[in-house]
Structure formats: C-alpha cells, structure tokens
Design a protein around this ligand. Structure first.
Ligand code: ADP
Ligand code: MG
Length: 436
C-alpha cells in the first residue's frame, strides 16, 4: 500500500515535535525530542544538530519509522519552521517533494524530472539532469559560494556510497539559498595524519577550479567532526562495475556515448592545463546510464602556464597498468599520459568491466609494452574504437594524439552510430549542446 501523508508539527512542550505518518488506515505518531545537548531525534533514532538534518535523514532512511518520509503535509511546514529556532529562513524542507538519487536498476534508468520535455522519455539527456550545470550557475546561489561550507547546511547520512584509503564516501544533502542538492561526501577517517588532511585539501583545491558537465564538481569543503569534501552526486557508481555482465543489455553505442563524455571532460582538463593522473573506469562515475562524469582528483595536478608536464619527485602508490611508459620511466605526467590512461579506460569499458592485463603484475606490464605488445581487441569492441585505443597507446608521448583529437574521433564515431540507429532525433541536439 502507498504511504499517504506525513505531517510535522511543533508540540506545546518547547523544542519537541510530533511527526505523524499515515499508512493505510493507521496513523503513526512519533515524538521528536531534543536531548540535553540540543540534538534532535526520534526515539532510539540517530541524533542531529538541527531539525532540518533529521528530516532530510528520514527521507533517506526510515531509521525506525514505518516508512521513509516522502512529502509532509504542506500546512505543517510553516508552523514547524516558525517554531523551530534551528531552521533558518531557507526554503522549506517539508513542502518539497522527495528528491531521489538517480538509480540504475536492471531495466535501465529512473530519470529525474526533466527541465525540457525530452522527445524520448526512455532516453534522458545529460542536460535534463540537475548535475549538468553547476548549482552555482544561478547568480543568487553564486553569492554564497565559498570553499568552506557551514556544517549546519549539510546532512551527512550513514549511507556509504564507496570507500577508499582516506575513509568513506557518504550520501548527504546540502542546503543552499534557494534549493537543496544531493551530495556525496568524502569523509576523512579519524586518526589520520596532517599529511592526509593536506592531501585532501589539495584534491579540493584542484576540483574547486573545475566546472564542466562531465566532471564531478566540488561543492565545497566542511571542517567539522572530520574534514569532508562535498561533491555533487553521481549515484550510478563506477563505470566498470556498471558494465560487468551487461553485454546483452548495454549496446556498444551506449558505451561509446559514455566514453565520448569522458573524452569531453578530459579535453576540458587538457585545455585548462590540468593532469588527472588516475583516469580509469573506476574513476568514471555514472549519473545515469547515459551520463558519465570523471571523478577522483586525488593525484591530479595543475600544470604551470608554460609547462606541458609534471615531474613527480618520487614514485608512489601508482596505478601502473593505466600509466604511460614515460610516467613509469621518467615520472613525467602530461595530458598525453592521460590519453594513454584513456585508452586503458576504453579497453575496460568495451570489455564490459574486465580487468586490464589480467594475469600480469604492474611491473610486468611495462616489459610487455616495451616489447611493442598491446592488449587485444575486446570481443565486442568495434574496430574503429580499437584503432583509437591503440593510438592512445603510442609509445612516444610526442606521437600520441591529444584529447582534442581523441574527443573528435570519439564524437565522429558515436554520431555515426547514432545517425545509423533508427529514431535518434536528439543526435543533433547532443552535437550542439555538448560540442558547439
Ligand atoms: P579513492 O581516491 O579512494 O579512489 P574516490 O574519489 O574514487 O576515492 O571515491 C571512492 C568511491 O566513492 C567511488 O568509487 C564511488 O563509489 C564513491 N564516490 C566518490 N565520489 C562520488 C560522487 N561524487 N558521487 C557518488 N559516489 C561517489
Ligand atoms: Mg578512485
């Protein structure tokens, strides 16, 4: 049975609220109270500093309620806000329909509400999503743009989206002036050295300078219970995981579409003179089946205006199978070495999530490459695409194509497929919007 209505109202007893959920013919009442420290919670539930954070959390997780909060009774919002000292004059949480993170279910995609009516509802376009433009593209929101975010505007839920050496990436919500957005929050784990904090801040500083539809944007950094890097959400997970076992379901044209988007993001980085240094399918995150973004700028560097490469002082924990020979031999990193990694990423995608150089160890790969050998063409991979990835694996960096060329070749190929396919009216639209 569909849950019907929820309602939040302040109680006579100062600082407490009643949350009522209707389910079928039954009304369930929950008491929201504040503990001695002023934190809000439902009985036995997770505690939050503000009512707004608690309500946003209960939209993501039932946490003991009969169901997750959907929409609250609009009438209740004004009074609840007026009575709640912790809720500043922001758009009401309670009157907004529940936002959901895009999910990639087995039958495809749950689209976000499109801004422009799409001619084909099954086929959402990147520009129809909320993460195509920066949340700061609105001049009103831009007024508040700062690297450091206020903790009270951030909800960090105990829902893990992924993890790494630094700690975990959690789902959350960030409240802006006029809207609130879904975010992914990289939380630095406790007990880390200052060096780790510095590293995370360097990652934030890099991301802060980038703004492109095909790159995960940084919203800001929050220093509170831990150092947190707040990013826009790409909830579909990493590209290689998405593709595993989906040869039947995801056509080659869809793979080419996503790889073309990665090429557009990389072309932007190349133009801005940034090197990524960790381009791999694991660091390409999906917003939905037809929309990819480059993420993980943990190893990235901004090059000097007159420099075309960065020389690492010493070798580190490097993803050797994705690295060009000059990275391993001379610790030299450029957009051309990112092109090599792009080739490996292409291979991963067209092999539907296989691991590159399967049985080989990292150092063996360099020998293999030096002998002039390269990975074979994956069974599903079109010859045009294998030819491009082979060019990305040109030994000498001077002879390798740049992203300007790679993007053009990807675009030509993808559009040739799209125009061959029946009923693809948006093809021209993509060309104009994305590459115009
Ligand atoms: P690491 O440096 O440890 O590789 P990543 O930045 O790649 O960290 O993040 C690790 C994982 O966290 C990703 O594989 C993904 O599952 C999740 N994640 C990271 N950023 C986001 C994001 N913006 N949206 C959704 N999930 C994310
Ligand atoms: Mg990563």
């Amino acid at each position: 049975m569909e849950p019907l209505l929820s309602r939040l109202r302040p109680r006579k007893e100062q600082g407490t609220y009643a949350l009522s959920l209707v389910y079928g013919k039954t009304v369930y009442h929950y008491l929201i109270s504040q503990d001695k420290a002023g934190k809000f919670c439902i009985p036995e539930g997770t505690k939050f500093d503000t009512l707004w954070q608690l309500v946003e959390y209960l939209k993501l997780k039932a946490d003991g309620l009969i169901y997750r909060l959907k929409e609250a009774c609009p009438n209740s919002s004004a009074s609840a806000e007026a009575a709640a000292p912790t809720l500043p004059a922001h758009p009401s949480t309670f009157t907004q329909p529940q936002r959901r993170v895009d999910t990639l279910n087995s039958d495809g995609y749950t689209p976000e509400p499109a801004r422009v009516a799409s001619p084909d509802k099954q086929r959402p376009m990147p520009m129809d999503t909320s993460v195509y433009e920066s949340p700061y593209s609105d001049p009103e929101e831009l007024k508040d743009k700062k690297l450091f975010l206020k903790r009270e505007n951030l909800l960090v839920a105990d829902i893990e989206l992924g993890c790494g050496n630094f700690g975990s990436v959690r789902q959350g919500v960030y409240r802006m002036r006029k809207k609130q957005i879904d975010v992914a929050i990289k939380v630095l784990k406790h007990g880390t050295e200052k060096a780790d904090k510095d590293e995370m801040m360097r990652e934030a500083q890099i991301m802060h300078q980038l703004d492109n539809p095909y790159i995960v944007r940084l919203i800001g950094v929050c220093q509170a219970e831990a150092l947190m890097l707040v990013m826009e959400m790409a909830g579909g997970g990493p590209l290689h995981k998405f593709l595993i076992g989906k040869k039947e379901e995801i056509p080659v044209s869809n793979v080419a579409e996503l790889l073309h988007q990665v090429a557009m993001g990389m072309k932007y980085l190349e133009e801005k003179n940034f090197v990524h240094r960790d381009l791999a399918a694991r660091n390409v995150l999906l917003v939905n089946r037809h929309y990819a973004k480059i993420s993980d700028f943990g190893l990235s560097k901004a090059l000097g205006a007159d420099d075309s490469y960065y020389t690492a002082r010493s070798a580190g924990k490097w993803p050797l199978k994705w690295y060009a020979p000059e990275c391993i031999n001379f610790r030299k990193f450029s957009s051309r070495s990112d092109v090599w990694s792009y080739g490996v990423t292409m291979w991963e995608a067209f092999s539907y999530g296989q691991k590159p150089y399967k049985k080989m160890k990292g150092p063996e790969v360099l020998d293999f490459i030096k002998q002039g050998k390269r990975m074979e063409c994956p069974p599903e991979c079109p010859p045009e695409m294998y030819s491009l990835m082979s060019d990305c694996w040109t030994y000498k960096w001077e002879d390798r194509p740049d992203f300007l060329t790679v993007e053009q070749r990807m675009r030509n190929y993808y559009y040739s497929l799209a125009s061959r396919a029946e009923g693809s009216p948006q093809c021209g639209q993509v060309a104009e919007a994305a590459c115009g």
